[in-house]
Ligand binder design. Sequence first.
Ligand SMILES: Cc1cc2nc3c(=O)[nH]c(=O)nc-3n(C[C@H](O)[C@H](O)[C@H](O)COP(=O)(O)OP(=O)(O)OC[C@H]3O[C@@H](n4cnc5c(N)ncnc54)[C@H](O)[C@@H]3O)c2cc1C
Length: 464
Amino acid sequence: MRLLSPLAGFKGDLIRPGDATYGDARRLWNGAIDRYPAVIARCADADDAALALGYARGSGTPVTVRGGGHNVGGWALADGAVAIDFSGMREVLVDARHRRAHVQPGALWEDFDAANASLGLGGPAGIVTHTGVAGLTLGGGFGWLSRRFGLVSDNLIAADLILATGDRVKASEASHPELLWAIRGGGGNFGIVTEFEFELHAMGSQVLAGPVVHDRGRAREVLRFYRDFIETAPDELSVYVNLRTAPELDWVPPDLRGRPVIMLVPCYSGDLSEGARILRPLREFGPPVADLVELKPYVAHQSMFDATVPHHWGYYWKSHYLPPLTDAVIDVLAEHAWRKSSPASYTLVFHLGGQIARLPDDHSAAGGRDAQHAVNINAAWPEGGPQHPDVEWCRAEFRALEPNSTGGVYVNFVDSDEGDARVRAAYGSRYDRLARIKARYDPGNFFRGNQNIPPATPAGKVSS
Ligand SMILES: Cc1cc2nc3c(=O)[nH]c(=O)nc-3n(C[C@H](O)[C@H](O)[C@H](O)COP(=O)(O)OP(=O)(O)OC[C@H]3O[C@@H](n4cnc5c(N)ncnc54)[C@H](O)[C@@H]3O)c2cc1C
């Protein structure tokens, strides 16, 4: 008698070592990651994910989950594991009347933005459109609209999950509210999400946005101006700071390409004439060497930086949450940011606060509500491969900023070599509650191919 394969009925693709597509299928955004899963289960629907999970459990094989495949630590794949791959499930359905988006787990932000753009609706998203909705949302998530509408995960109102047992549940305020609390920032620790439901907001399709560029030599005065300017910024305005080499891209004036620069990048999404008035001092200060602020579709601004972080380059990141910039932080940024050797490496200062900070710290698992900024020090090298001298640059700038950090870090900016202490730092006072929820929903720590939160022990203790 022939035994039925536990994966019989799987409708998507099962890709194994030796298959012609295996090499491509195991590539992630970060070309420094080189992992060999036992099978890549590219799902066609949620039932496929349940089958793959059942197979992994039955065979005692570890499991990983891939949304957009962008996590810098490469958690979407592990050697010898079953990789549940959602890259074939990218549909976004918008219910405009109820202002809801139903999003499949392989959708990218470009899919989300495209579905909303013509409807006068939107919601906070990551600032690079080829990043995955799933991992970004599950880690908390912020972008240009977050000061206005909150963290991405604050806008997650429900999710369908497959638990470690194979049971299917909906997490919402009405059903498994603790699970909803946990997946709004607690990552892939609690189950496999097969559909996200987001609240959407009415917004215009145009924003006033783009880089205001200064030479590196003026970094200190520009950063001090920036610190004062954003003190009175309305929620409709975010201003990010990018300390880098001006990239070789069409939108960069030719005489600036390759020059060390500091870019203040505003994105104003409210009333546009009011925006023009608010942005005037920012555009006049200096004066800048280039003012690339313009009225443009929000989706155009969203994708503006996509080409600066292409797939399959080598990347290594380190990050802190920061309070309002002190002179000490400004000195560190001005001294370290350009000590890199790769033109593609950069330091990016995200602007938080606004609606993010208005919710209490324990509103959800996500952190960063007490921070004014997240700083991401990004070593990037086009040659790919695991090693580059800028990894040391990145670590040095990280260490120099450490005394000025809030002590917290955004979990999605933690690289895979940073250890459990860093995951604890990401969750702070919310960690113990997460460990208890983990013990309820995944007591065997089946979902551990991630920034892991081990389950609290039966006595309620959190394992160290
Ligand atoms: C170029 C770039 C730009 C970025 N910009 C931003 C930004 O503006 N704002 C921001 O907040 N973050 C940003 N990030 C960080 C981003 O949030 C993380 O990299 C995130 O992990 C990406 O999600 P993903 O689905 O693409 O990743 P993946 O690597 O596919 O997934 C990461 C992890 O999430 C979990 N996961 C994924 N899908 C599921 C699922 N369906 N069910 C359960 N668990 C799942 C798994 O543990 C998985 O290993 C950026 C990252 C990159 C590379």
